[in-house]
Ligand binder design. Sequence first.
Ligand code: MEV
Length: 425
Amino acid sequence: MSKTINGFSKLTKIEKIDWLIENFFEGDKKARKILSQYWNDNKIIQDLHDDFIENTISNYYLPFGIAPNFLINGVDYTIPMAIEESSVVAAASLVAKFWSTRGGFKAEVISTVKIGQVHFMFEGNKAELQNYFNTKKKDLLKATESITKNMRKRGGGILDIELRDKTKDLQNYYQLHVTFETVDSMGANFINSCLEAIASEFEKETIRVIMSILSNYVPECLVRAEISCNVENLYADNSEFLAQKFVEAVQIANIEPYRAVTHNKGIMNGIDAVVIATGNDFRAIESCVHAYAAKNGRYKSLSNATIEKGIFKFWIEIPLALGTVGGLTSLHPLSKFSMQLLGNPTAKELMQIIAVAGLAQNFAALRALTTTGIQKGHMKMHLTNIIKGLGASETHKKFLIKYFENKTVTHNAVVEAYNKLVENR
Ligand code: MEV
């Protein structure tokens, strides 16, 4: 049987599944059940999901959790997080509570500039091109007027168009580098529509437009979040020593890319979870953040920490291009729910909240790594998962958690201890 097919997209959902089951699962009914058990009984919701993408055959759930007690710029937030990794929400909640009694998080938006480019080739005289651009610039802006009308009303629009000479890097290659303010929308469609209008106004026989597209690299769409306290208030015992270890852990991530990637992955645990919960594009955020981490030619930590005059300070500066209107944000009921939970924030407020979620996660990871190690927490989770898998009663569960408090958790050890318990009953 051939595993390729023509006209697949024209089949109904059931026909698509029939084809899959027959070709990849040897007609196994269990595979069909796996897909159908994730369908939503509510037709409106299922139709909505079916229409988000093409060839939808089921829904792929992520746990949706919340982390309360985040005090950010004096305001209390309960933060929604969509993530499959255990411990992330728990860590966020613990850290939120911890810092709520130490002044909370301070956050500020540094800039909100977004970027798009028309990439083109030109073989002629550079000065002539510059002249053409100078005389044409007004028309380029005019060509976008109908597209930018609503955005301008909301305080956004095109900030500037620049001609950039890139011929040193690639023969004949130039760009129109366009900067945008998109206020509360992520602005991808808006930016791309403007760029295409600009490109067709600019193009002529000697100018060969290659492509017009927004850049997900937005180093000037920047937010900063910070926590600080007296060093002696950071840990119950041995605070100065442990705070110093914490700072050194960040310094290591600043100079060692192998560590920096893991360090930043921990930050993204918090960031992605809120980005997804609020219906934003986590791929755009991820690609931008990592390019930013390498902006000086070497991949480094996104966060920084210092101890100065007895004050411990820990902060992050990160580019985040987010939207709070339009896109999935307004379509997905859980994204809408998340937005309402956050008090329907502006894009700037959401930037601050999400930067804080990243910093909190990084704080939790570094605090664990430089004290008990992270396996203790993970193993606790591992233990409860094994106990759950064994179908243990509540009493047995409590006994086993106590029993393994000071012992190494392995699957075999837990099964053995459980079997003994059951035998002695
Ligand atoms: C695990 O998802 C994230 C950590 O590895 C982050 C870090 O090492 O900083 C714990």
